[in-house]
Ligand binder design. Structure first.
Ligand code: F6R
Length: 366
């Protein structure tokens, strides 16, 4: 049942080229630059005029929500707020019938996310779900939704469900842009063509597995670890830190790279691994200078870079190359090595990667 892999988590990490392909199937037409999302098509008009989108979720799904904020704001120019469902539900949130609330949940059973949906529904908002488990509770209480179609996820740590959520959010952002006309057909065509090529690029990232295993061997005894990224690399940093802490029990924190100097920099010494998302995009130069600041304090730097980058390679301890891609698609690629890094470290530390202590696959209590 593990398909020759030692753990479900590794199997599910390796399934991502296929799960993302399944998620896009029948939804994109690259030649015509068109997106079809059957589940929400009745709301196409609503989306065209919506003034605000609120995303609610927990854990890894909340991280997917942050990538959604970046994508939707970038392409459809609609303001997005991303809320922890648990905070949203207890805050007397300001919601009106004009709002669209998007609830993201792999299991479709998370108690806090369900409660957030009920509150938003009472206030008259339109609720969309992004769920993986077909027929779960959340898809039944939302007005409409888009399934991620990642297939069953057995490992408690979310991997392929996360990348499928990000894929759906990308499709949703482009779908809204298509309705609103904020992107030209030629731009849509080129973005969809690139999105369509992402599964193949993930295959190339998976080929770095042995290298990542070697890096894991070097840092597996660390007590703490920092993950830093900017822009669309920031949610990736949060997700990398969550994966590491939940399955290896190493204390890990994700931060926007520029926040480093407002506190976390005090932690850096020769024992501290710092993982940077340092791909060639709009914030590259700034991230490079953050790397220099960490090296000046003798931190151990692991950098996720765009293939062919020799500049960062010279500065850091370990480099993991990923294929070049539009900044919007960075989370789909840069998350993969962080999943593998967490996995190998946890295995080397003798942890139960598929069922980490104290965690359950679906959190049906608040
Ligand atoms: C982390 C993880 C959790 C879930 C969270 C929400 O790997 O799996 O943080 O993401 O419990 O669960 P869902 O998406 O089922 O609502």
């Amino acid at each position: 049942e593990k398909g020759g892999f030692d753990h479900f988590m590794l199997k599910e990490i390796y399934e991502q080229p296929r799960s993302i392909r399944d998620c896009m199937r029948g939804r994109i037409n690259c030649e015509q630059g068109k997106i079809a999302l059957g589940g929400i098509k009745e709301y196409a008009e609503k989306l065209k005029n919506v003034e605000r989108i609120i995303i609610v979720a927990c854990g890894t799904s909340w991280h997917a929500g942050l990538t959604g904020e970046y994508l939707i704001e970038e392409y459809s120019r609609i303001p997005v707020e991303v809320e922890y469902a648990s905070e949203f539900r207890y805050r007397n949130p300001i919601i009106t019938e004009k709002d669209v609330v998007v609830a993201i949940s792999q299991s479709g059973e998370t108690a806090d996310t369900m409660a957030a949906i009920e509150i938003a529904k009472e206030k008259g908002a339109t609720i969309f779900g992004i769920c993986n488990v077909v027929g779960a509770s959340i898809p039944r209480i939302t007005h409409a939704g888009v399934y991620t179609h990642a297939g069953p996820e057995i490992g408690v740590a979310s991997t392929k469900a996360f990348t499928a959520q990000v894929t759906v959010l990308t499709l949703m952002a482009l779908y809204i842009a298509q309705q609103k006309g904020t992107l030209t057909t030629s731009k849509l065509t080129s973005l969809l063509t690139e999105l369509n090529g992402i599964p193949e690029k993930i295959q190339a990232v998976l080929a770095t597995n042995e290298l990542i295993k070697n890096i894991a061997e070097k840092v597996k005894d660390s007590r703490n670890c920092l993950f830093l990224g900017r822009g669309s690399g920031f949610p990736v940093a949060l997700e990398g830190a969550l994966k590491l802490k939940e399955i290896s029990y190493i204390h890990a924190e994700g931060y926007p790279a520029a926040e480093m100097k407002h506190g976390p920099i005090a932690l850096i010494d020769k024992e501290m691994p710092v993982v940077f998302i340092a791909t060639k995009n709009s914030s590259y130069e700034k991230v490079v200078s953050n790397i220099q600041e960490v090296k000046a304090r003798k931190g151990i730097v692991i950098a996720i870079v765009t293939s062919g980058d020799r500049e960062v390679e010279k500065m850091v301890d370990y480099c993991i190359e990923i294929p070049d891609a539009d900044e919007a698609f960075l989370p789909l690629l840069a998350t993969i090595p962080l999943q593998l890094l967490a996995y190998h470290i946890a295995v080397m530390r003798g942890c139960n990667v598929d069922q980490p202590r104290n965690l359950a696959k679906s959190v049906t209590v608040e």
